[in-house]
Design a protein around this ligand. Structure first.
Ligand code: NAD
Length: 488
């Protein structure tokens, strides 16, 4: 049984509600979870408020940086156990889960390092006997809501800067993958974080999540998840004019010009599209390939997709795990049908795997559609599964036009041997991250976020800390006297 964590205590839900989390590999139960209702949301927000108004407010940046560095150490100490938990809960390979723990550690270390690096600034007031400075202050109580694909990593992109800036927090992981977040909260307890600074709610988005974002005691909402949920959350944040940051979906172009190393580019296109079974917000799910290369490229891509080994994330031989749930696989399968009905050519996958040992899990074979064009829904919508579409282009202008022909704008890539072309295309793409001759790496010190419907605000880098800070101007007249503005 896993509990809520409110005001420094592990607790059942006030109404005794529970839910099960299951293993997507075989649909067996993994654990029972307390399921928060509105009374628990009220208690968590009240605890966060009390902590914000209490000693945490007087904590120094140095204290908070030391805490984040300690969490980084504890994450590395528990690396194997955390990776195992994450793999079981999400279905991803344990290798990928290890990389997630390392990336999470790097984020805590980064914000431990930068927390005190910028204490504000002194400005020239342009007059005698005045000093004027800008200071940074925490925003207050922050509601941090994470999705199921990168549970540990996504909550940490929010939690590390929120705490570094001196806020208190109420966090809610996805109901589908809460276990690594529960473990992370255990590490904060071990590091003796004061009660109320970090509160954990487990539960459904439509109940606990909705009550949390609607709560008037919340000053800031940071959300990562789907576009539809993001729109609801932005509407909720409008009531009371609360701050909101949204990291939403993507339909990310991966543009391939002829002339780069063939094996390298095909290999990277596979990783871009099928890492974590394509359940990645920045997945390279929309390949845009130059005419002269197209036919050989798609043939090799499909052949290699057919060889991807599916299985349990814990099996070292596995290259792709299952999708997260039966409902999510059904959604992805509807897109496969839609792609077929729209006239795309199915070159690989499109089916559940035939192996009997995979029948109980939520598997789908990596799927390659060629002959796609921009009007197809399977090209425009975020499918969020192991489905890649391939379009073709002839000129650089056409590649840029296609790459920007999306309502989203999270990430994209360009593969070319021509450095000038690389810079022209990268400069023209309207996406928050553009990779040149690579796909997927991100850096804790570099901003991450989306143009268009991929979101509002930025995580990581200095901007990721800014999201959690109020800026205050302190104007000090050291020699005050009458203004003589009014004569009477
Ligand atoms: P989701 O929107 O269904 O849920 C995300 C979180 O919001 C969960 O914790 C859920 O319980 C909660 N939630 C749901 N409804 C809510 C409501 N009404 N009020 C408050 N909270 C609510 O998303 P998901 O299916 O978990 O995640 C997949 C999506 O996340 C994809 O669209 C993906 O692109 C996106 N994503 C984006 C990034 C990024 O960096 N931009 C990273 C990872 C995932």
């Amino acid at each position: 049984m896993r509990y809520l964590y409110i005001a420094g205590k592990w607790t059942e839900a006030a109404d005794g509600g529970t839910a099960q989390t299951i293993n997507p590999f075989d649909a067996t139960p993994l654990d029972t979870l307390a399921e928060a209702g509105t009374a628990d949301v009220d208690a968590a927000v009240a605890a966060a408020r009390e902590a914000f108004d209490g000693p945490w407010r007087r904590s120094t940046v140095t204290d908070r940086a030391a805490l984040l560095a300690k969490i980084a150490d504890l994450l590395q100490r528990d690396r194997e156990q955390l990776a195992h938990t994450e793999s079981l809960d999400t279905g991803k390979t344990v290798n990928e889960a290890r990389a997630d723990v390392d990336d999470t550690t790097a984020v805590f270390r980064y914000y431990a390092g930068v927390a005190g690096a910028d204490a504000g600034r002194v400005v020239d007031p342009g007059r005698a006997n005045v000093t004027s400075r800008i200071t940074h202050e925490p925003v207050g109580v922050c509601a941090l809501i994470a999705p199921w694909n990168y549970p540990l990593l996504q909550i940490s992109w929010k939690l590390a800067p929120a705490l570094a800036a001196g806020n208190t927090t109420v966090i809610k992981p996805s109901e589908l993958t809460p276990l690594s977040t529960v473990a992370l909260v255990g590490l904060f307890e071990e590091a003796e974080l004061p009660p109320g600074v970090l509160n954990l709610l487990l539960g459904q988005g439509g109940t606990a999540g909705q009550a949390l974002v609607a709560h008037p005691g919340v000053d800031l909402i940071s959300f990562t998840g789907g576009l539809g949920t993001g729109e609801k959350i932005m509407a909720a944040a409008a009531r009371g004019v609360r701050r909101v940051a949204l990291e939403l979906g993507g339909k990310n172009p991966n543009i391939v010009f002829d002339g780069t190393d063939f094996d390298t580019v095909v290999d990277n296109a596979l990783t871009a599209a099928f890492l974590h079974s394509g359940q990645v917000c920045s997945a390279g799910a929309r390949l845009i390939v130059q005419d002269s290369l197209h036919d050989s490229f798609v043939a090799e891509l499909a052949a290699r997709a057919d060889r991807i080994r599916l299985g349990s994330g814990l099996d070292p031989q596995t290259e792709c795990g299952p999708l997260i749930s039966a409902a999510h696989r059904a959604k992805v399968e509807r897109y496969v049908q839609l792609g077929l009905s729209e006239g795309a050519d199915l070159l690989a996958g499109g089916q559940r795997p035939p192996e009997p040992n995979l029948a109980a899990g939520f598997f789908l074979r990596p799927t390659v559609f060629a002959g796609c064009h921009r009007e197809m829904a399977v090209v425009q919508d975020e499918v969020f599964g192991p489905v890649v579409t391939v379009e073709r282009f002839s000129t650089e202008e056409e590649a840029i036009r296609l790459g920007n022909d999306t309502a989203y704008g999270l990430a994209g890539a360009v593969w070319t041997a021509d450095a000038g072309q690389a810079e022209r295309v990268a400069g023209a793409l309207r996406h928050g991250t553009v990779w040149i001759n690579d796909y997927h790496p991100y850096l804790p010190q570099a901003e991450w976020g989306g143009f268009g419907k991929s979101g509002i605000g930025r995580e990581l880098g200095p901007s990721g800390l800014d999201e959690y800070q109020e800026k205050k101007h302190i104007y000090h007249n050291t020699s005050p006297g009458p203004t003589h503005w009014f004569s009477g």
